[in-house]
Design a protein around this ligand. Structure first.
Ligand SMILES: O=C(O)Cc1cc(O)ccc1O
Ligand SMILES: [Fe+2]
Length: 451
């Protein structure tokens, strides 16, 4: 059963002038926000006694000596360490972590799935997470996992954080509220959220059922890509990222905290809401971003550029230019290239491409890749437009053409992605996917001229 959410349980800071209600603009900014006046110490981090009897606590998302270091100072009703039970291991059998290789599953290939249906029983953010692929190794903080979430129930007096990962959330249907230690993020399709490693939150259903995609990043945090010759504007602009203003609950009620740690899940019990941060300042925060503000840049005379021009966020791997994960967006745009085969070219790629459809039709796959569906073209596995897309693009009159009503994305990683047993055996895998290329005919007959 969905419990209605009560926005009045959280005391929220007034939105600063010139921002959207409840959010502060900017990517990686050093923010400051307080839900009660003078709750935030000024000029220092650790006063001998904090105002209102708050405890000061630092959440560090990078090593202290990283460049730049990312951390946030929280002023809270109780320190996070206050819990009354030892950690207990629990089982969330559908949320997997790398390495997770089922020897009976073949990951080499081209795969496509219809939307995973909602189950008959109610599911929350934790029980409704379904891992599709894993890559790398959670213990060495390398790689990623891709998940589908199917959520119908709010978490009630239940809280969660992942010590393993940062989560990139891409909704496809329904609306969710992430009530976090640092404030509230409401999220709808065509928006994304980034929930940093270690940040505690509860997920509520504002409008269900909710389905979407998650990229779980075990590695270095997502950042804005280098813009190179494109310069300071277009693509994802920093001001369109929104961090929440401070919001807190002062509620004494038996609650549980679940922690994902080295691929396993543990719970402990506490006697209060841990969303009790009254004020915070720092540069380690959750944020949301409206994908409709992404300004695509592309070919304006001929040819089809590499999809890296559509990178929204990139998570570096340590090897420059070779991402642990790129988050790439294929959205509405004008196609104007002359004498050009406009859809993606046929290709093999060292990077592994996990795609999801948020809405509409993707140009390389007019049929079969539907909203809520996913596809995987793994490391060095050939793929490209299906026969229908090839014929249409090869014979089209090449006037300016608006690709309208379309939004798909790619989680692209330098590591091979392994299908989970769920993705291979339970999720609605399209067994006939590779047939979309079998009708591509031989046109070559030894004579020159365009066929
Ligand atoms: O495979 C895909 O559809 C994604 C993709 C799109 C594109 O424009 C170029 C390369 C690529 O992998
Ligand atoms: Fe591709």
């Amino acid at each position: 059963m969905n419990r209605p959410t009560n926005p009045h349980t959280l005391t929220q800071a007034n939105a600063p002038v010139g921002t959207h209600a409840g959010y502060m603009p900017g990517f990686g900014n050093d923010f400051e926000t307080e839900a009660l006046p003078d709750a935030l110490p000024q000029g220092m981090n650790s006063p001998q006694k904090c105002n209102y009897g708050l405890y000061g606590e630092q959440l560090s998302g990078t090593a202290f000596t990283a460049n730049p270091p990312e951390r946030t100072w929280c002023y809270r009703i109780r320190p996070s360490v206050k819990h009354s039970h030892r950690y207990e291991k629990i089982n969330l059998p559908h949320w997997k972590s790398a390495p997770c290789i089922d020897p009976d599953v073949i990951s080499l290939g081209q795969y496509r799935w219809d939307p995973v249906p909602h189950s008959d029983s109610g599911q929350n953010w934790l029980t409704g997470m379904r891992t599709m692929t894993t890559a790398g190794d959670v213990n060495t903080q390398v790689g990623m996992a891709s998940h589908i979430y199917l959520v119908t129930e709010s978490m009630v007096d239940d809280y969660f954080f992942s010590a393993d990962s940062e989560l990139l959330v891409v909704p496809q249907e329904g609306r969710l509220r992430f009530a976090t230690e640092l404030g509230i993020i409401d999220l709808a399709p065509k928006e994304i959220a980034i929930i940093p490693r270690g940040l505690l939150y509860r997920v509520e259903v504002l409008e269900g059922p909710a389905r979407g995609f998650v990229c779980e990043n075990y590695g270095q945090k997502f950042e804005l890509p280098g813009r190179g010759p494109i310069g300071a504007n277009c693509m994802a602009n920093p001001r369109d990222f929104k961090a929440p203003v401070a919001a807190f609950e002062d509620r004494e009620v038996p609650s549980t905290v679940t922690i994902k740690w080295c691929g396993q899940f543990h719970t402990t019990k506490i006697g209060h809401s841990p969303l009790d941060v009254v004020a915070w300042h720092g540069n380690y925060a959750p944020y949301k971003y409206d994908l409709r503000t992404y300004c695509p840049v592309g070919a304006i005379l001929f040819d089809h550029p590499d999809p890296s021009i559509f990178t929204v966020l990139t998570a570096p791997s340590g090897q420059p230019g070779t991402a642990n994960i790129d988050f790439v967006l294929f959205r509405e745009r004008w196609m104007v290239a002359e004498n050009t085969f406009r859809p993606p070219w046929y290709h093999k790629n060292i990077m592994s491409e996990l795609m999801g459809n948020i809405y509409g039709q993707y140009d390389a796959k007019p049929q079969g890749f539907v909203p809520g569906g996913m596809s995987l073209h793994n490391m060095m596995i050939p793929h490209g437009p299906d026969n229908e897309a090839f014929e249409k693009a090869s014979n089209a009159n090449l006037g300016p053409d608006k690709l309208d009503q379309t939004m798909s994305f790619m989680f692209e990683t330098r590591f091979p992605q392994h299908l989970t047993t769920f993705a291979a055996n339970e999720a609605p895998l399209q067994d006939d996917y590779i047939d979309c290329w079998t009708s591509l005919e031989k046109k070559f007959d030894g004579t020159p001229g365009k066929k």
